[in-house]
Design a protein. Structure first.
Length: 277
């Protein structure tokens, strides 16, 4: 009898330990964040920053304070996010994020939600919309893997070149299978491309840099990326923050009807919504 009681007592103690451990885990999961402390969100200057200022106002009505930090390049935002210097960033599409994490395996970042499509279009100071790109033209494209590939796929989609796989976002200049017009593809840093327009026939330029350079993505391109592009931009956060309750508020503010109307009014034909209304 004593032996039975001994084992029963051990079982009860073990069960209590498991329950206590479980309760401790639940308590940790339910731990609330400090809503009085602003979250830091980085953006690139231009449309990203303008839109985020509007999101900031909407989010504040919902109880979320946002501090906006601007980075002018495509490298620092993810490095800062991985280092915990910022809470989230809004400047890139998912292919770019995946390429970054492949290059930097220690970065534990994730796609939180979609924002908007900022088209990459072909611009020129020598040609007008409707003009044919001449044989032997010098075409500048971004030198980062994802936007470079995106530019080549845009050229391929318009029948200007042929590539191995017209849906492969990792396409590089080495994947060009046919170049009947003998275009010279010149790879440059994305931020520097608008300044190269005097030296090339035309160039693939991201909307952010195009607007900063005084170009109009709605009327100036000689070749336009369409709204069904795979390159919708996203908000990225650290993987550990995917369940942060503030992220839900942030998403609701960004994808709100109010912000959607703001984007369409502020950037008609230049920026497309990345979510279904």
């Amino acid at each position: 009898m004593n032996k039975f009681l001994k084992y029963a007592l051990v079982g009860v103690l073990a069960a209590f330990t498991l329950v206590a451990a479980g309760c401790g885990g639940d308590k940790k999961a339910e731990q609330k964040v400090d809503m009085n402390k602003p979250v830091i969100v980085s953006v690139n200057p231009g449309p990203h920053a303008i839109i985020m200022e509007n999101v900031k106002k909407i989010a504040e009505k919902k109880g979320l304070k946002i501090e906006i930090k601007e980075f002018s390049d495509f490298v620092t935002p993810n490095s800062a996010l991985a280092a915990g210097e910022i809470w989230a960033n809004s400047f890139q599409h998912e292919p770019f994020l995946k390429a970054t994490m492949k290059k930097e395996p220690s970065f534990k970042l994730a796609n939180a939600f979609s924002t908007a499509l900022f088209p990459i279009n072909i611009y020129s100071k020598k040609l007008k919309p409707g003009d044919k790109i001449p044989d032997g033209a010098k075409i500048a494209i971004p030198n980062d893997p994802t936007n470079g590939g995106r530019s080549l796929l845009l050229l391929a989609a318009n029948g200007l070149i042929k590539v191995k796989n017209p849906k492969d976002i990792t396409t590089t200049v080495n994947d060009i299978t046919e170049n009947p017009h003998k275009f010279q593809i010149i790879e440059l840093e994305a931020a520097a491309i608008p300044r190269s327009l005097d030296d090339v026939t035309c160039a693939a330029i991201n909307t952010t840099y195009a607007l900063n350079a005084g170009l109009n993505p709605a009327t100036d391109p000689i070749v336009k990326e369409t709204a069904d592009s795979l390159y919708v931009n996203i908000v990225a956060v650290q993987e550990k923050d995917l369940n942060d309750p503030r992220l839900k508020i942030f998403k609701e503010a960004y994808q709100s009807k109010e912000n959607g109307e703001f984007i369409k009014t502020k950037f008609p034909g230049s920026v497309y919504l990345g979510w279904k209304e």
